[in-house]
Ligand binder design. Structure first.
Ligand SMILES: [Zn+2]
Length: 400
């Protein structure tokens, strides 16, 4: 038998709608393109997606994730309102599109409801962000609780968690209120932190310190907290994350695409901070590649090999599986697993399934099970043609 079982992969950080801009931003738009110029292009697409489009694009992203062996995704959801910023009649309409898309594909979903309130400290409002904004933590938590109650009534398996977007996108009191609510209700709390040097400068100007240090000072880090990116952090900040038992979610494929910087995986591992990974902008959906990049980017930087551990296979697999489950607030689920074919050309001759971690391609992933239910059958999803067809139609309208 050449078929062996691996645990399902856990994608901790996703923005499904960004699947629509894949490959559409790879040209120069300014004298120097960077994260901030990319972000304007991303906002431009985000402005034009209807609720139906958001459902179709999310289904496409979730389908591709399932085909690549991802069984559980954390969707960091910040597209809440109409393009003019007005809420829909149901303020959670777009969250429901995401939930419906996950149900349609059969992938396990933790919906990280994201709060966003401003363009930045002392920055004028950016019309590109109108769909993201919720003015107060009270209003945000009211809508969050309404969605939670509806989900409980419908007995949907989706879980909710909290995502204050970032230091720049929220006043500090707003962040504190959400983090405290998360702690009181034992919910995972995820936050973008220190992805970009520019973000550190903004945080210093407002708070006199850097993002992770600010949260540590106010005792807001904990073992249910996940810092997304944490690319530009000091040794003291690494220690603060370790002391709190917090997790870091790196997104190396996106970070290299955006020119963000190299995740300090060696310093995090040395301090005992668990690292997990996310597909973030969806520029490429391959979670084991994300895990490998954590190691390989450090090799390029240090001009040496085998940086993160003496033996890399199990630690890299853990990054793409159990560490992600911890971040999303659950134990790894034995009923979430994938069947790979050791005779696939990408891994033929590997000593065992662990040896496959370094080169496994999507073609090797034959069957995928979520909660014991099979969602991928011999490399295909039953709704694949319909999902891809509808996504292509959205793209044709969007980019006409
Ligand atoms: Zn993100």
């Amino acid at each position: 038998m050449s078929k062996v079982r691996l645990p399902g992969l856990v994608n901790v950080h996703s923005h499904t709608f960004q699947r629509a801009i894949r490959g559409r931003t790879e040209h120069r738009t300014a004298a120097q393109d960077d994260f901030w110029t990319w972000r304007e292009a991303m906002y431009h697409a985000a402005q034009r997606l209807s609720p139906g489009d958001i459902y179709d694009v999310a289904r496409m992203a979730f389908l591709e994730m399932a085909l690549s062996g991802i069984t559980h995704v954390g969707e960091f959801h910040y597209l809440h309102h109409q393009p003019n910023g007005e809420p829909y009649d149901d303020p959670n309409l777009l969250a429901r599109q995401i939930i419906g898309a996950a149900e349609s594909v059969g992938i396990r979903l933790t919906l990280l409801m994201c709060a966003y309130a401003r363009a930045g400290y002392n920055k004028p409002a950016n019309p590109g962000q109108a769909r993201f904004l919720t003015a107060t933590p009270e209003l945000f938590l009211q809508r969050f609780e309404e969605l939670g109650a509806a989900i409980a009534r419908e007995e949907t398996p989706v879980r909710l968690a909290l995502a204050p977007h970032s230091i720049r996108a929220l006043p500090f009191e707003y962040i504190r209120e959400l983090v405290r609510y998360g702690a009181a209700h034992k919910l995972p709390v995820h936050m973008h932190l220190s992805e970009q040097p520019g973000e550190l400068d903004q945080c210093r100007a407002e708070h006199g310190t850097t993002p992770v240090a600010l949260l540590a000072q106010h005792d807001l880090l904990s073992d249910t907290f996940t810092a997304v990116h944490a690319t530009h952090i000091s040794d003291e900040e690494v220690q603060a994350l370790a002391a709190a038992g917090a997790t870091v979610c790196a997104c190396p494929t996106t970070e290299r695409n955006l020119g963000d910087g190299i995740a300090p995986a060696d310093r995090l591992v040395a301090a005992g901070v668990p690292i997990c990974v996310g597909t973030d902008s969806q520029i490429q959906i391959d979670l084991l590649e994300d895990a490998r990049e954590l190691e390989y980017h450090l090799r390029l930087q240090r001009l040496r090999r085998v940086v993160l551990a003496d033996d890399l296979a199990q630690p890299l697999l853990d990054i793409a599986t159990v560490n992600g489950s911890k971040s999303l607030g659950g134990a790894a689920n034995d009923d979430d697993h994938i069947i790979i074919d050791l005779h696939d050309p990408s891994i033929a001759g590997a000593p065992d399934e662990l040896g496959a971690v370094f080169s496994l391609e999507r073609t090797a992933i034959r069957d995928v099970f979520v909660g014991g239910k099979q969602i991928i059958h011999d490399g295909r999803h039953l709704l694949q043609e319909e999902i891809v067809g509808r996504f292509v139609a959205v793209q044709e309208r969007l980019w006409r």
